[in-house]
Design a protein around this ligand. Structure first.
Ligand SMILES: [Cu+2]
Length: 328
């Protein structure tokens, strides 16, 4: 598919984004149009068996969410009344897409976070017959927000497209909380174990407790006992995290632990957002995690670790031992 041509209309606006994105995963080589960069000695990622839903240009090792337009599909926020957020996705034919597959229980997942990684929300808009998606605005306050549309167009591959949206007003930048392995939300304590390792699949386990007692009756949410999103500090790359097991599969228990497989493409700082449901309500537990630096314990997030892109040189197949790696 000739992504370059499809992108041409956006080339000017995207040039900076593209350049940055390329620098992330592909250290060598000129910043060439994506389509021409295909298979240029690209190795080690096992793309053929990858089946990744990352959407974003597997061949270029791009994480999701960095592109506003990919594979002919473009994420277009549109004007909306105050208090509402609206957008559409146009397809290869230039028209709004109206046919989507259900993934994680929904046809469309809209995730937003401010550029400082605060204000995370994960919501599910409703689509009008003309392909316009609408939802009560999740943008809580002034600032520059990143909005991610995570979807699978019928007949196409899963994609996560991203766009910036500005909410006018006085911006108060919030410092990123320091890395920690435990956090609280609404009286729940969530503890994280496992480490993020650049370039390979990392197993993360989150354990939920309340008033000191493990929660053993988590409720299914989006087809799992938890839904985890990871965003990379600096460019807000949206990373794929897959739950281990599904409710009712005979082996996955409803807490207190929920296990995920996460892939991060580089060393750096990430913010993890765990959505879980209990007592009929969805809560989000957030963690700052540093990947790839051994001494992350005392350094506050302000001393940003040099996010040197780890060369994506996993041994062949090393990071593809996860069954159901796709956006299941
Ligand atoms: Cu969702």
């Amino acid at each position: 598919m000739n992504t370059a041509i499809k992108l041409s209309g956006f080339a000017l606006g995207l040039a900076a984004v593209f350049g940055t994105a390329y620098g992330v995963g592909q250290v060598a080589g000129p910043v060439a149009p994506a389509a021409e960069a295909d298979h240029d000695g690209d190795s080690g990622h096992g793309d053929d068996s990858h089946g990744d839903s990352g959407g974003a240009a597997d061949d270029a090792h791009l994480p999701g969410g960095l592109l506003v337009s990919d594979r002919g599909y473009t994420f277009e926020p549109v004007g909306a009344p105050s208090g509402e957020f609206a957008f559409r996705v146009t397809g290869p034919d230039g028209r709004p897409v109206t046919a989507y597959d259900v993934a994680h229980d929904k046809r469309m997942h809209l995730i937003v976070a401010r550029r400082d990684l605060s204000g995370f929300r994960h919501v599910h808009p409703e689509m009008a017959p003309d392909g316009t998606w609408r939802v009560d605005s999740p943008l809580a306050g002034p600032g520059v927000w990143r909005a991610f549309a995570d979807f699978t167009p019928t007949g196409g591959e899963a994609l996560t497209l991203g766009a910036d949206v500005t909410v006018p007003g006085a911006l108060v930048e919030r410092p990123l909380p320091a890395p920690a392995t435990s956090t609280t939300v609404d009286g729940y304590t969530v503890t994280l174990s496992g480490a993020l390792q650049p370039g390979r699949t990392s197993e993360l386990t989150l354990a939920v407790s309340r008033n000191g007692a493990p929660v053993t009756d988590l409720e299914p949410y989006l087809g799992a006992y938890g839904h985890l999103v990871a965003l990379r500090r600096g460019d807000l790359a949206y990373l794929h995290v897959h739950p281990d097991g599904t409710p009712g599969d005979g082996r996955t228990r409803p807490g207190p632990e929920v296990t995920f497989f996460a892939e991060v493409p580089s060393a750096g700082t990430y913010r993890l957002y765990l959505d879980f449901q209990h007592g009929g309500r969805v809560r989000t537990a957030e963690f700052t995690v540093t990947a790839g630096t051994p001494s992350a314990t005392s350094a506050p997030a302000a001393t940003s670790t040099p996010a040197v892109p780890a060369p994506p040189t996993p041994s062949p197949g090393a990071d593809h031992g996860t069954p159901g790696h796709g956006h299941d």
